[in-house]
Design a protein. Structure first.
Length: 202
């Protein structure tokens, strides 16, 4: 039996369908079209972040790991929310602008290391605050396992169909999270899958 230090446990999200074999060997739970799994933080700084995946060999319940990870994340991997205009690569600007002169107010959600930061999707308060700031419901684009792109939901949002294209051309295969887009309802305080893109990331 292996042992772990409780205050070093954090969570990450991965695509469920494309990690089914791995998921047989690790504690996890479903969330949308993703799986929440758990890691032990070994080291984190501005240059690198090292961690180890928690497997079934640890013989600790998934619920216990979830509660530990939810508690530890704000301290181990603090939230970082940035205006996308300040961090988007130039190569992606034409894709997101779609012929418009200005990009709507859009944010990137990650952690301070921008490594496995998509796990912040599990914290509804983050998206509740963004919904209040943007005065509306949200579209959440799972940019990669490292970050999420968030903007106010619009009826004619061209980005709903862009996620597979961006995944294919700009995201390394092992870092792709999902081809879907999520919707956060400010009224209901919950997430939904709103796009129906074919899962072609592998």
């Amino acid at each position: 039996m292996k042992y772990l230090t409780a205050n070093e446990v954090f969570l990450e999200v991965v695509n469920y369908e494309h990690n089914k074999e791995l998921l047989k060997t690790i504690p996890h739970r479903r969330f949308l079209d993703l799986a929440v799994c758990y890691r032990i933080l070994i080291n984190a700084n501005k240059k690198e972040m090292r961690s180890a995946l928690i497997t079934n060999e640890f013989r600790i319940t998934e619920e216990t790991l979830f509660q530990l990870a939810i508690h530890n994340m704000p301290k181990l991997l603090p939230l970082k929310v940035m205006n996308l205009c300040d961090c988007i690569p130039e190569i992606l600007r034409p894709v997101l602008l779609n012929g418009e002169n200005e990009m709507p107010e859009t944010y990137m959600v990650s952690n301070v290391y921008q490594n496995k930061g998509a796990g912040w999707l599990l914290y509804k308060n983050v998206f509740s605050e963004l919904a209040e700031k943007l005065d509306g419901d949200l579209h959440i684009y799972p940019s990669s396992i490292h970050e999420l792109i968030v903007k106010k939901a619009e009826d004619n949002d061209h980005m709903l169909t862009l996620t597979p294209e961006v995944n294919e051309t700009h995201v390394a295969e092992k870092e792709r999270l999902s081809n879907q887009v999520y919707y956060y309802s400010r009224e209901l305080g919950n997430f939904f899958i709103v796009s129906h893109n074919k899962e072609t990331i592998i």
